[in-house]
Design a protein around this ligand. Structure first.
Ligand SMILES: Cc1ncc(C[n+]2csc(CCOP(=O)(O)OP(=O)(O)O)c2C)c(N)n1
Ligand SMILES: [Mg+2]
Length: 446
């Protein structure tokens, strides 16, 4: 024990000899010898302690008072909003002054998404599809941000951003086909429900391992920057995913490589059952931006106009300046995490009711439209009926469709199918030939 305790000192002495060599005046080290080490001879002598720090990457002053930086140095980042809960514009100069037609389109996308969610959620409950995730309460973050982008901007989503795809014009029958995994699904039923993707609409297929989309999106943004076009990338993620290592990697690469990307965090209060109070100790996700050197803003995600303004400005600057932006949209996940979750086990009905009844993005926008004389009770009833009918038609059609042929399982994946996949394919075909008619899920496409 005693011998090993002495070792570090001996080690330090020999290291010092190695670094400094033999002092010219034995017993008297040069004044900065210990600090400057072996480079001492080549460096200029600094005469004053008031000199600025020379450390690479440092842009600060020396201080002589021992003080830890308080975590609340960045705290209470304000929440930008344009409309209050009653749909009144709070500051006219921030009103995006969108034409009636465009505001109606916002409203129709948000409510259609809501109706589709209800039908697909019920479908899962009745055992018609295997899984579903609703977007209740987050409609404003989807539509406000999607509307501020250019149609060719590349979107990377997490899984709870169906409204972005809907606002871009993805048809109901393809949403349904994906959730049913039927023959019309572009993924041929190989993904879990809600893992949408659409090449034509520049929406990268969802993959559920959390935060993997973040570094991928940054890589794409870097490629777009090198192409020198006016496109950007937007990358959506939840506040829970922001705790993954991939989020750090993505933020730092985007900042250092100066990539035209918007990091759009939907802070909906929960990562499954874990509330934000147990996820982080800092001031949410926006407060992390300055640490990476990223321009950041926090917005009221239930105010579709605030989300629109922030995304539009971030997009404009990302194109003009080739740099990343971080938007933290504060919102609330009104539904369960997914159909595999029961949120009554970890939050109160009163909490959920508050957001559902008193601070909902759809009712806020409706108040705004009614206030302008653009919408009334009759229009609401007619639209709700019409949108439900459209969703029901798409749902019935999806149920009638055949399942994709097992031939498709790997056929468009490999140029040359490896032997072990070939074997799996053959075994699957044999199995279906023998037992195919017993499958309860319906007929397969030939
Ligand atoms: C790498 C990884 N770890 C864990 C999970 C399981 N998981 C799925 S969703 C989720 C919570 C994500 O929360 P958040 O990012 O806030 O998104 P939200 O569901 O609230 O929209 C977790 C832990 C996963 N899919 N991937
Ligand atoms: Mg969340």
């Amino acid at each position: 024990m005693a011998a090993s305790a002495r070792l570090p000192c001996a080690g330090l002495r020999s290291l010092r000899r190695l670094l400094l060599g033999r002092p010219s005046h034995p017993g008297r080290l040069p004044a900065r010898g210990l600090r400057a080490g072996v480079c001492l001879q080549q460096q200029e002598e600094f005469t004053s302690l008031e000199e600025k720090p020379q450390f690479p990457g440092a842009s600060a002053e020396f201080v002589d008072k021992l003080e830890f930086i308080q975590p609340n140095v960045i705290s209470g980042i304000p929440i930008y909003r344009v409309m209050d809960r009653q749909g009144q514009i709070t500051n006219p100069s921030e009103d995006p002054q969108l034409p009636q037609e465009q505001v109606l389109k916002f409203y129709k996308s948000m409510t259609l998404l809501n109706t589709m969610d209800r039908i697909l959620y019920e479908s899962q409950r009745q055992g018609r599809i295997s899984f579903y995730m609703t977007n209740y309460g987050e409609e404003g973050t989807h539509v406000g941000s999607a509307a501020a982008l250019s149609d060719t901007d590349l979107v990377f989503g997490q899984y709870r951003e169906a409204g972005v795809l809907m606002h871009r014009g993805y048809p109901l029958d393809l949403f349904m086909a994906q959730c049913y995994g039927n023959a019309s699904d572009t993924g041929k039923g190989r993904q879990m429900p809600v893992h949408y993707g659409c090449k034509d609409l520049h929406f990268v297929t969802i993959s559920s391992p959390l935060a993997t989309q973040i570094p991928q999106a940054v890589g794409s943004a870097y490629a777009i920057k090198r192409e020198n076009t006016d496109r950007i990338v937007i990358c959506y993620f939840g506040e829970g995913a922001a705790s993954e290592g991939d989020a750090h990697a993505g933020f730092n690469f985007a900042a250092t490589l100066e990539c035209p990307i918007i990091f759009f965090c939907r802070n909906n209060g929960y990562a499954i059952s874990t509330p934000t109070s147990e996820q982080y100790r800092g001031d949410g996700i926006a407060a992390r931006g300055p640490g990476y050197g990223i321009q950041s803003i926090r917005v009221d995600g239930n105010d579709v106009f605030a989300v629109y303004n922030a995304t539009r400005e971030a997009r404009r600057r990302a194109v003009a300046e080739n740099q990343p932006f971080l938007i933290e949209a504060m919102t609330y996940r009104i539904g369960h995490h997914s159909t595999s979750d029961d949120s009554s086990a970890y939050r109160s009905v009163d909490e959920v009711n508050y957001w559902d009844k008193q601070d909902h993005p759809i009712s806020r926008l409706r108040h705004y439209m009614v206030g302008r004389g653009w919408w009334d009770e009759d229009q609401e009833k007619t639209w709700r009926k019409k949108s439900r009918k459209r969703v029901m038609e798409a749902f019935e059609e999806a149920e009638r469709k055949l399942k994709p042929s097992p031939q498709f399982l790997f056929s468009d994946v490999y140029c040359e199918m490896p032997w072990h996949i070939q074997k799996q394919q053959e075994s699957l075909e044999r199995h279906l030939k023998q037992y195919g008619e017993h499958y309860p899920l319906g007929q397969y496409e030939k």
